[in-house]
Design a protein around this ligand. Sequence first.
Ligand code: HEM
Length: 508
Amino acid sequence: MTDQTTSTAQPDIALTTASGIPVADNQNSLSAGVRGPLLLQDFHLIEKLQHFNRERIPERVVHAKGSGAYGTFTVTHDITTHTKAKLFAAVGKVTETFVRFSTVGGEKGSADTERDPRGFAIRFYTEDGNWDLVGNNTPMFFIKDPIKFPDFVHTQKRDPQTNLKSAQMMWDFWSKAPESLHQVTMLFSDRGTPDGYRHMDGFGSHTFSLINDGGDLVWVKWHLKTKQGIKNLNAEEAGRLAGTDPDHAQRDLFNAIAQGHFPKWDVSVQLMTAEQAVAWEQNTGWNPFDLTKVWPYADFPRVPVGVLELNKNPDNYHQHVEQAAFSPANVVPGMGYSPDKMLQGRLFAYHDAQLYRVGTNHQHLDVNRPRCPVSNQQRDGQMASHNGSSARNYATVKASGSAPVGLGHGEAGWHLDGAAGRFDERGASDDFTQAGNLYRVMKPDAQDRLTSNIAGAMKDVTADVKAVQIGHFTKADPAYGAAVAQKLAALGAADAEAAKALSVVKEA
Ligand code: HEM
């Protein structure tokens, strides 16, 4: 593919200050004599230096490195029996979208090819406001309680003293959070290093809900299947590209769209009624709202919904991609949340992060502004470019009050029970079977790469952590644990650590 990413020559245009005043000279500061010093009245120089000092906004605390594009979502199948959301109202209906892909742990300048989940955040600009499906390229996640998220992310970032990434921190955390095993297995498989963003699937991951005209609710998981086919990099190639072309995925996406090769994904849903949710949990022991688990396709087949296409590169990266502010809290009437604890935590986290990262009025910016009318009583604050004009800035309260129905848009309320409390599910829930299923579904050569990748990443961690983690692999599948332990030994961790790890396998 030819590289379209270098700017073509542009015609000279007259330079102005940010206030539009023609600039007399952009090469020579105004100085007192040839040798200076400079004069304070050179406002152009001062404005230029001041703005430069303020060019950076904080990078996202996670998912800092990313690429984005605009596109469309087209409905191909009727799901109006399940949802009254207007974007699904008719087959053929088209909704404008914006998508941002990302890696998770690396900083803004890090390599696109690092082993990491990939973010797959989609905004649908619907007539009822923005729906943001802020998912990943994996259907599950490392943890199931948001209280662990900041600690987990710290283990993926840098050691506080050395400022280095630390395998010890990562495996220490994972070994003590066995619910992570399913996602760890996915991460160290071939899917942990996708070849760019076009060749990977996407998942809403959480359980959400759909609500129809009658107020009936069904639980839903969203899926996006790449029409380009899955393509992954092997560990060596990913490492090589990290050095030679760290922006590999950005370049690939930009070039493909610039050349008219618009990437597409088939969008589908898995559905589970409230009754099925109860029965499934009784039969399998798995909580349908546990983000570390999946709903097997055999039990809950995917129902086709539509096609997502990306067809327009943003004309300015910072304006559209860096300032994009997605939030899982943004769902539109006809959709809702679920009791998934991780989702509940995320409902708070994103808007809060963006108030800090982008600003009070981040929803006024091009990429974030809904394409439908906005009417509320929020006013003022920095950068208020859509400030409600002359509309009333307070809400009236009718004497009779308002009459919300169900959770608000006509959907029935949830039935909840149980005492309030803090519940440690480690040991009580089965964190191993689904991880084992994922291992068993891989072909032998893929299993071999998985266990080699893990052994390579674990070889320098301490013996206690190795032993516990190998115990987890073994519980998922004895062959999985044995392969990791043997490869650790072969890698020269052929010392007391490996011996201890192997003895754990034998005992299991
Ligand atoms: C409780 C758990 C989580 C918390 C507290 C959390 C928090 C955050 C925060 C604060 C950001 C930066 C937002 C911004 O500055 O714009 C972010 C970005 C992101 N998160 Fe999460 N996150 C969590 C779990 C997840 C999960 C489970 C997924 C996927 C299923 C996910 C996917 C993403 C994506 C894709 C982005 C980047 C969005 C973009 O491209 O702008 N996060 N997360």
